[in-house]
Design a protein around this ligand. Sequence first.
Ligand SMILES: NC(=O)c1ccc[n+]([C@@H]2O[C@H](COP(=O)([O-])OP(=O)(O)OC[C@H]3O[C@@H](n4cnc5c(N)ncnc54)[C@H](O)[C@@H]3O)[C@@H](O)[C@H]2O)c1
Length: 259
Amino acid sequence: MRLEDKVALITGAGAGIGRASALAMAREGATVAVVDIDGDKVDSCVTEIQQAGGTALGIIADVSNLEEIDSMVSSVVEKYGQLDVMFNNAGVTRRCKFMDIDEELWDWVHDVNAKGVFFCIKRAAETMIKQGHGSIINTASIAGRGFPGTSNAAYAASKGAVIALTMQAARSLGRHNINVNSICPGVTRTELMQGILNKRHEKEGIPMDELEAQAARGITIGRINEASDIAEMAVFLASPAARNITGQSINVDGGLVMI
Ligand SMILES: NC(=O)c1ccc[n+]([C@@H]2O[C@H](COP(=O)([O-])OP(=O)(O)OC[C@H]3O[C@@H](n4cnc5c(N)ncnc54)[C@H](O)[C@@H]3O)[C@@H](O)[C@H]2O)c1
């Protein structure tokens, strides 16, 4: 069990990549705090972990709200006395053309994807500095590295911010034995991706199988990610095997982007 005796908090754990990671970390022995803005999704993920014999605590929180970030971390530390792994995974987007991006879209995306990640790192680090160790993982995206198929430019900018924050956080927290890394998923089969494909299907009338084929185009290995492909990387980065990896943003994308 690679994560035995560890307490992990995962945001956006009610669906997709976060949910797959919560299940994978629990399988590896971690106690998992399942955080999501959607209470039904929290409950269903916690139930699945418990039915598989794991330990989980459900928390409803919005990571764009600083008070909710504080109380979600506080409740984990109060209950378990430690926080070893913080996986800042929650993220939002929708498809939008460059010239149609307005302030509302920009703020929504950046409040969750960039501001939320920074303040989750900062709040988790307060606890990790005191205990003298920790692993922080962020979900960025190949969109932050210039992937032309990004859902929109505001989203790409928010993920570029996550990649930059990962380097700065790693530099600031390394002396406290805290490593900070990001995962840059490529095209990954989740509700988020399905929502984007559905909208294009409705608006542009492109058949779903053609949209799927378009999404897979350019992937060197020829396969769209499953959420579990990202979860495997998250488990590795959370484990002692990754203790000397920090400040890195690692693509898991079947070779779609190679920088
Ligand atoms: N799916 C992809 O192709 C893809 C590619 C690159 C990066 N990503 C990134 O991976 C991460 C997870 O995406 P996914 O595809 O699993 O998405 P998803 O929509 O399937 O799941 C995201 C979860 O986050 C929750 N959430 C949304 N806003 C929240 C908030 N403010 N506070 C707390 N929880 C919130 C949602 O309720 C949902 O359960 C995101 O950061 C996303 O940007 C996804």
